[in-house]
Ligand binder design. Structure first.
Ligand code: NI
Length: 286
């Protein structure tokens, strides 16, 4: 699986492998039972297919059945009952990391045009730099997730600093926008058992990686998103890149034409995301 955000120093290559290894050891036993959908995906993007298959293997029985107790505080729009039933219709969760930033407002306009809801995994230090942007994001009905205060590699931090990275961001989001994030996305997608113990909320990874931090070209970003998306996908973008925001009109238009509903991560899982989420199960055929 690919790792989120920013150019990565060479040492992170090892981290990716370690992370994938941890996941593989813990979870991948059933992965050989690949679904038809992910076999098809494998032809276009083996890595995305692997992530998708992992999600299906872990959480495929039915979305929303693996119980987690969400914090009751917050009052974000994401707490409202899901508007669509993703067990019955095609859903996709667009997720945007590392903001808010200077291009986020433009992204909000693109999303509004399609009545699309998305999930923003915000960095606390950017929240205090762009407070009004975050307020507009919440007001538009999007879900806010916690992406730590300063984007460190959590697997290298002591437990107390893992907790403070999350708590400080929670406080900033609450102070600025009046909501508390119910979801966490660890920077670079990197976590282990020690990190997991410090974070009781769902950890949200992704099943489609656009690598938009590497491909600073809107057409490429759109193509990478569109070729791997499946019902139930969680797509990783970064709204700190102009080229990513520039890709969104095409992504939204094409997916809308394909019949997708654009939902928040919490909606994608029927209001109850699992402890570790890569994607949701596709809708049942009726
Ligand atoms: Ni990130």
């Amino acid at each position: 699986m690919e790792i989120c955000a920013r150019e990565h120093p060479p040492f992170l290559t090892g981290v990716k492998r370690v992370t994938a290894g941890v996941l593989a050891t813990a979870m991948l036993v059933t992965l050989t039972a690949t679904t038809g959908a992910s076999q098809a995906a494998a032809q276009s993007d083996p890595r995305a297919a692997r992530s998708d298959a992992l999600g299906v293997a872990l959480f495929g029985a039915s979305p929303g059945t693996s119980g987690v107790s969400l914090p009751s505080s917050g009052g974000s729009a994401a707490e409202a009952p899901p508007r669509v039933d993703c067990r019955r219709v095609k859903c996709v969760a667009l997720t945007f990391d590392d903001g808010p930033g200077r291009y986020t407002d433009t992204l909000l306009r693109h999303l509004a045009k399609y009545q699309a809801r998305a999930t923003f995994f915000v960095v606390g230090s950017n929240v205090v730099t762009y407070p009004r942007v975050l307020r507009r994001t919440v007001a538009a009905g999007h879900e806010i997730g916690n992406h730590t205060w300063s984007h460190p590699l959590l697997t290298r931090l002591p437990a107390s600093r893992v907790r403070s990275q999350i708590a400080r961001t929670d406080r900033a989001v609450k102070a600025v926008a009046g909501v508390v994030p119910h979801l966490v996305r660890p920077p670079y997608g990197a976590f282990n058992r020690a990190v997991r113990r410090q974070i009781s909320r769902p950890l949200v990874l992704w099943s489609v990686d656009t690598l938009d931090w590497r491909y600073r070209n809107s057409a490429t970003v759109a193509r990478r998103a569109l070729r791997s998306v499946r019902p139930g996908s969680i797509i990783l973008f970064h709204d700190i890149h102009r080229t990513t925001v520039g890709a969104m009109p095409r992504v939204l238009k094409t997916l809308a034409q394909r019949g997708y509903h654009f939902v928040t991560v919490t909606e994608l899982f029927g209001g109850r995301p699992p402890h570790v989420a890569f994607r949701a199960a596709p809708p049942k055929k009726s």
